[in-house]
Design a protein around this ligand. Structure first.
Ligand code: GAP
Length: 473
């Protein structure tokens, strides 16, 4: 089973590169660990995922507004948030091959629960107890240094001209939500929101992740889609449950198979959190965190009030009551959604005794290309011209691609592999030049029609050009 799953991960990674979804970063220089680029189809899939999230979070709620805060923020933000002091993972080194390993993950491979919230002493006690069972992922030996907490914040020299990086360090944001907290007052003062309300943001985050495995699941530069919902303290628990349900349903509505989703409750909460559950997806390497839904109490606004000296409490316009709102957070990585969507869509289908096809059965809304338009032959100007004409009309309503490479069979395979739901072929019948030997049999009746091929069933239907848009919709 595990072997099959590893195999699936390899197949997905290879397809993603071959078909222009995801490339390793700076590959011509040997790549750059845990950093990836989106290719032409990847960028479309990512855009569709972002849009689906924005629609579900912002457009579907009249009390959630958007924000796009800068990647760089005042360094004190990261002190107030606790990242400078405590945003770390336990790191050990293999004494044999010097590979760096994340100890909580290593312990997990031996069935021992540990996480990044444990103290160094707790982690090292577990490491000592189970060391003989723990294998270095690189050389397979069991000989490790003591674990040390390694801070994940990525430091920069922005605005620092001293030449000393440790002096006045600035950071690339480790999570996008801090930009929301520091703009809480701005949004309140400049828009018409009232508690309860939410602020949503999509943007890049950076973490010095120790382990650079599992493709785009754990990246050092990634994108988060986060929403922070501000509520009255006494309403936080109920609101939290509502958001848990909504977020689970969101994935089902997105087209993810329900059997590949499940809940996981955090065993070990950070001190300020009142509840934390993950929505897990069944990735090729097993069920792992896709999204976190957290009840963060009043911690964030309290901390930023303290560190900035600006009062971030809220005055209820009706009752005049003043309080620090509690926050219910929903937080998901764009790339984790991307990988879940890719994994969910990946199918290998036997179509004859000797032939198998790979098809990405994306939900139609997310497919990078929705309709591919082909002239049957690329060297027949009359077919190409008609196909171009139809392509020009369809691309106004659908994400379309014009494809005249190779034969139609090869084009179908290629479109299957990028997950295109429909292929439209323009042939001689379309332009009234069907097989003349059969003309009497009524080929003329096919004039003005095209063949539409369905990705999932592979069925082909003749559809009138004037009904094509309606049919595809
Ligand atoms: N603001 C809360 C927060 O950042 P988190 O659990 O650290 O919480 C939230 O991250 C989500 O961001 C995760 O559920 C995951 O989807 C995504 N994420 C976190 N680290 C990631 C990484 N290194 N690469 C890709 N996605 C990541």
């Amino acid at each position: 089973m595990t072997e099959q799953k590893n195999d699936l991960m390899e197949k997905i990674t290879s397809l993603a590169k071959r078909r222009g979804f995801v490339y390793p970063s700076s590959e011509i220089y040997g790549g750059f660990a845990a950093v990836y680029d989106f290719g032409p189809y990847g960028v479309e899939l990512a855009k569709n995922i972002r849009e689906a999230w924005w629609e579900a979070m912002v457009y579907d709620h009249d009390n959630i507004v958007g924000l796009d805060s800068a990647i760089f923020m005042h360094p004190k933000v990261w002190e107030a948030s606790g990242h400078v002091g405590g945003f770390s993972d336990p790191l050990a080194e293999c004494k044999e091959c010097h590979a760096r390993v994340r100890v909580d993950h290593l312990l997990e491979t031996a069935g021992v629960f540990a996480d990044e919230k444990m103290t160094e002493a707790e982690i090292n006690a577990l490491l000592a107890e189970h060391e003989t069972k723990l294998k270095c992922p690189k050389c397979g030996k069991s000989n490790f240094t003591e674990a040390k907490n390694f801070n994940l914040l990525v430091q920069s020299n922005l605005g620092n001209f001293t030449g000393d990086w440790d002096k006045e360090p600035t950071y690339l944001r480790g999570e996008t939500c801090q930009g929301i907290y520091v703009n809480f007052k701005n949004v309140l003062d400049s828009s018409r929101v009232k508690v309860p309300f939410g602020i949503a943001q999509i943007g890049k985050a950076f973490r010095n992740e120790i382990t650079a495995r599992q493709f785009i699941f754990r990246k050092r530069e990634f994108e988060q889609m986060e929403m922070q919902y501000f509520v009255r303290p006494e309403e936080a628990a109920t609101t939290y449950e509502e958001w848990r349900q909504k977020r689970f349903q969101y994935y089902i509505d997105l087209g993810i198979k329900p059997e590949n989703l499940r809940w996981h409750e955090h065993e070990n909460l950070v001190f300020y959190a009142k509840a934390a559950w993950d929505i897990e997806y069944n990735f090729p390497f097993g069920f792992k965190e896709l999204e976190g839904v957290h009840n963060r109490s009043d911690y964030d606004l309290t901390q930023h009030s303290k560190f900035s000296g600006v009062d971030l409490s809220y005055r209820d316009p009706q009752t005049n009551e003043k309080y620090i709102p509690w926050i219910v957070e929903t937080s998901v990585g764009l790339e984790r959604t991307f990988l879940a969507v890719l994994t969910d869509a990946y199918v290998e289908e036997k179509i004859s005794d000797t032939d198998t096809r790979i098809v990405l059965k994306f939900p139609k809304k997310l497919a990078p290309v929705q309709v591919a338009v082909f002239p049957l032959m690329k060297n027949k100007p009359e077919l190409v011209e008609k196909a171009r004409e139809i392509f020009t009309v369809l691309k106004k309503d659908f994400r379309c691609e014009f494809d005249d490479n190779g034969n139609v069979g090869k084009r179908y395979r290629r479109q299957d592999e990028i997950g295109t739901p429909y292929c439209v072929t323009i042939d001689f019948d379309t332009i009234g030049q069907g097989d003349s030997s059969n003309a009497e049999a009524g080929d003329k009746s096919l004039e003005g029609t095209v063949t539409v091929r369905d990705r999932d069933t592979m069925e082909q239907k003749r559809v009138k050009i004037e009904e094509l848009k309606k049919y595809l919709r």
